[in-house]
Write a protein that binds this ligand. Sequence first.
Ligand code: SF4
Length: 334
Amino acid sequence: MSETVNQNETPLLEVRHLRKLFPSKAGFLKEKTFIKAVDDVSFSIMPKVTLGVVGESGCGKSTMGRSVLRLIEPTSGEILYKGQDFMKADGAELRKIRSEMQIIFQDPYASLNPRMTVGEIIAEPLNIQKKFKTKEETRERVLKTMEVVGLNPKYYNRYPHEFSGGQRQRIGIARAIALEPSLIVCDEPVSALDVSIQSQVLNLLKDLQESMGMAYIFISHNLSVIKHISDRVMVMYLGHVVEMADKNDLFSNPSHPYTQALMSAIPLPERHSSRKKIILQGELPSPANPPSGCIFHTRCFMAQDICSKEEPEFRDLGNGHMCACHFCEKCQNQ
Ligand code: SF4
């Protein structure tokens, strides 16, 4: 599975055939099997661009995001950061690349150390990377970063429990941007927040991207959020990428039956079409024992005989609109 990259541009990040398998013991005899959390995922991301990643929970999107940063070591595949082999990087080189790639976590309650003050939390990556020689310089950067994310600098010595969910997520964002990274993996950063706060945090992320020029891999199960923030969108199902396209193309012309089903669940005023709701039958299959042929065939409303036998190619339908279905063209006209 591969995506076309414009030869004239250098991607910030290229991921090729990424796999992450987790060993598991299952069944009566407890035989060793592998859960294929991420299976043959390839994509590239240009500087200052937001790649939205969407799919049901359990589809492997968070594992993919963490594997790309090597917070979880991938089982196989290639990760090139600015053309450099990130999988082989270690020591000082690994530390340098890590400083340029950060993460914002979903849960602003669990992701902040309750024993550290806001100032200490935001200073932590700066200290790990030995960014500044003096404490005063570090403090100045922390105060400036607090201001940038809309936190009053007078809260420098307060603890996370003294803040609301939205403010805590601002602390998490400040920690992620303190080193001025080029890429941030945003792993469901607004899912745990009230709806009224979600748009404030999304707009903050957009403004920061505008002013600091970062690229985002933005992971969410919520297509409305993905539509609001993304330039390009990747749809994942059972560890695989099933469709990828520029946002407007994907939302106006979803070509994979799974994407169509996801889109049909968006509330009507936000949808591009009046397609009727598609209810997917059955449960998400186990990633330890994925279906043969097309991984979606056990739930697909368009499945034919060939679907359980042959894996569809992930192919370009034009303008970089990639889709893994034997009948993409037919689906497009649905
Ligand atoms: Fe459905 Fe077949 Fe297309 Fe898979 S290949 S998405 S089962 S129609």
